[in-house]
Design a protein around this ligand. Structure first.
Ligand code: CA
Length: 418
């Protein structure tokens, strides 16, 4: 990749480099909701650039950046959004004086610290896959049969379910411990109350940027045309509620109370440099799931827990997106193979991404092995699951030969049940 320099001061190890330039929606004390691009500790206010005529050759709809979601912008299509991102990249290059020396510069570059990040997308539908073999194997071992941990369909199709979009919330928003029914092995009849096994799930999700009509299918070869970008995704789970309710129709109230997403949508273009092959698939998959090229990314994913009143978060997991058995092209091809239509702003999550080693598991369920092996935090406390007052932080980034692209943080605190 050509090495790029910018006139913006970018702190070392910042996820928001000149190579990244993710899209997000923000506001602050002075400014109403609008769309920006992150670089270093700044946000480029795209609406001001637009007003000043920097995008005049693109004939964008009026006010396209003065929106409280990215939906209208990404609906313009990849050709347009790519041009916008490339234009901003060009304007931020060290040698480019057009914005650097322009009197409007101070107004365009907003401090990220003073901005409130909003939900980046109005999510119509949310699907959660179950695409990490290590995760599915761990869960199968714990809840079913250690000898046959994977169900017979698992290596033939990307298993998934339809989730709840209304309870997807942005980073920084607290969640309430869910209440529900549970029936532990030693209970004769179900009990009710706040979940005693609240968990996070370390996931990545993609956002679709193009619609299909009912009856249409998307091939693995075309799938990436429909993917606008990615966010970190914490698919909060109540393991006790989940274990009691999930047979025969799958996850319901153990999942639907909240899922958190990171505010900056990292484009597929920004991740392209980190493309790698996923795990080899054996047995061979059906033709509609076969891929011509690599659709996985070498992207480190981390989970941290920070108890209330404790200054420093403890890293409890280091995983990687590349461990995923089923890739995003296969997920989208499978999702639409029955003719199910997708819309701009749908969110499709990977499922918990666990790696092969015990410190790479993507949930407390696996890290504490169903509560039998508590995790020790730096503060000296132990955790089997997530306690009230705990903040869970997810991070994700790719780094290769001095080029870094990442998501920043996804942070949410757990409050007691209402
Ligand atoms: Ca999940």
């Amino acid at each position: 990749m050509t090495s790029l320099e910018t006139w913006v001061e970018v702190p070392k190890n910042s996820d928001f480099t000149i190579y990244n330039l993710p899209f997000g929606v923000f506001k602050n004390k002075r400014l109403s909701a609008r769309i920006g691009i992150a670089i270093g500790d700044k946000i480029v206010d795209l609406s001001i650039l637009d007003q000043e005529g920097f995008f005049s050759d693109m004939f964008l709809p009026e006010g396209v950046f003065l929106q409280d979601s990215l939906n209208e912008l990404i609906a313009l299509g990849k050709v347009q959004t790519r041009k916008i991102r490339e234009k901003v990249q060009e304007l931020l290059l060290a040698e480019n004086e057009k914005l650097r020396d322009h009197s409007i510069r101070g107004k365009v570059m907003v401090n990220r610290r003073e901005a409130e990040m909003l939900m980046p997308v109005k999510i119509g539908d949310y699907t959660d896959f179950y695409s990490s073999m290590e995760h599915a194997t761990n869960v199968g071992k714990m809840f079913r049969d250690p000898e046959n941990a994977l169900l017979p369909n698992w290596k033939h199709l990307p298993v998934g379910y339809h989730g709840r979009a209304s309870s997807i919330i942005p980073s920084g928003q607290d969640i309430f411990r869910p209440k529900g029914q549970f029936k532990d092995a030693d209970m004769d009849s179900p009990g009710f109350g706040p979940s005693r096994r609240l968990d996070f799930e370390l996931e990545l999700a993609f956002i679709t940027g193009k619609s299909t009509k009912l009856g249409d299918t998307i091939s693995t070869a075309d799938a990436e045309d429909y993917i606008f970008g990615f966010v970190l995704f914490n698919d909060w789970s109540a393991r006790d509620i989940q274990a009691w309710e999930y047979v025969p129709l799958g996850p319901f109230l153990g999942k639907s109370f909240a899922s958190s997403i990171s505010p900056w949508v990292v484009t597929l273009e920004a991740l392209d440099y980190f493309r790698v092959d996923g795990p080899s698939q054996d047995p061979e998959v059906l033709p509609y799931l076969q891929c011509e090229k690599a659709h996985s990314f070498d992207l480190q994913l981390e989970a941290y827990i920070q108890p209330d009143q404790v200054k420093k978060a403890t890293k409890v997991s280091t995983s990687n997106f590349k461990y995923m058995y089923w890739n995003v092209a296969q997920q989208l091809a499978h999702h639409t193979v029955n003719g199910c239509n997708i819309n701009v702003g749908d969110l499709m999550a990977s499922g918990t991404i666990s790696g092969p080693s015990e410190d790479s598991f993507g949930s407390m369920l696996e890290l504490s092995w169903k509560g039998t092996k508590p995790i020790r935090l730096d503060s000296g406390e132990e955790r089997k699951f997530i306690e009230d007052g705990d903040t869970v932080i997810l991070k994700g980034f790719a780094e290769k030969e001095g080029v870094r692209v990442g998501f920043g943080e996804l942070k949410s605190k757990v409050l007691p049940s209402k």
